[in-house]
Design a protein around this ligand. Structure first.
Ligand code: B12
Length: 211
């Protein structure tokens, strides 16, 4: 996978998609190809922090990740092998207010669908009040909040607090996700669980649903 990671990190768009398709043709697991993109994003983030990459590179990286995910997507359901027709549960998903990162969120939404969840995706930069209102309407089993910025912690907490104030907290499980999440952040926000990768999140949600 190193060749793919390097191609993404070096912004060699065409080469990255060509390798993605080739790996799929060779029968490599879609999950593994995903991980390569994620590893590349990690390196791009480090270059951004070090001041050698700037916002245009982040934007380009975002586009590459999305296109890569589109190529991989059809093979994820095949990989699952047993496309579930039974509904696992209802999942409401949003990137919280102040945060516009949506690549990870979209992957989570996609993985949830592949695993039988009915997903409602509210998009990015979604205020807590909107999430609570949409939860009342959609009646999900689980609310998934995404955020990549440390600045997203407070809006996530606000969302959980709003649910509590509305007397709805016990009605939903809340899972938060994003690379920065850990047990301590989860406790501060008052979520039921956290995940730093999509599959871990899916497994927690499936367990909650007894699936
Ligand atoms: C691409 C990118 C962007 C793109 C986003 C494009 C898009 N459409 O999403 C753009 C250019 C817009 C961007 C903007 C900014 N970014 Co940015 N960005 C990134 C980068 C390089 C990759 C993120 C990514 O897509 N990763 C790949 C996905 C697949 O991984 P993921 O998001 O972690 O998602 C996985 C898991 O976390 C989990 N997950 C995610 N959500 C959820 C939700 C649930 C419910 C569950 C269960 C799981 C789950 O599952 C996913 C799949 O496995 C990261 C660096 C990094 N290493 O993360 C910086 C990074 C997140 N950005 C950063 C910053 C600072 C910014 C800006 C402030 C830059 C600026 N000066 O303008 C702005 C903020 C804009 C805003 N208000 O949100 C910092 C954040 C630092 C911090 N501590 O807050 C990072 C960490 C870079 C860095 N090292 O400094 N960014």
């Amino acid at each position: 996978m190193k060749e793919l990671i390097d191609a993404v990190v070096d912004m060699m768009e065409d080469k990255a998609y060509e390798l993605t398709r080739r790996y799929i043709d060779e029968g490599k697991a879609a999950e593994e190809i995903f991980s390569a993109y994620q590893a590349a994003m990690e390196q791009i983030g480090q270059r951004f922090e070090a001041g050698t990459y700037f916002v245009p590179e982040l934007i380009m990286a975002g586009e590459m990740m999305k296109t890569g995910a589109e190529i991989i997507k059809p093979f994820l359901s095949q990989e699952d092998g047993r496309k579930e027709t039974r509904k696992t549960g209802k999942f409401l998903l949003a990137t919280v207010e102040g945060d516009i990162h949506d690549i990870g969120k979209d992957i989570v939404g996609m993985m949830m669908q592949v695993n039988g969840f009915e997903v409602m995706d509210l998009g990015v930069d979604v205020p807590a009040a909107t999430i609570v209102a949409e939860a009342r309407a959609f009646q999900p089993d689980i609310i998934g909040l995404s955020g990549l910025l440390t600045l997203a912690f407070d809006p996530m907490k606000k969302c959980v607090d709003h649910l509590t104030e509305a007397g709805l907290r016990a009605d939903y499980k809340v899972i938060i996700g994003g690379a920065q999440m850990d047990r301590q952040v989860c406790g501060h926000i008052g979520a039921d669980a956290f995940a730093t990768d999509a599959m871990a999140g899916v497994n927690i949600c499936k367990k909650w649903m007894g699936a």
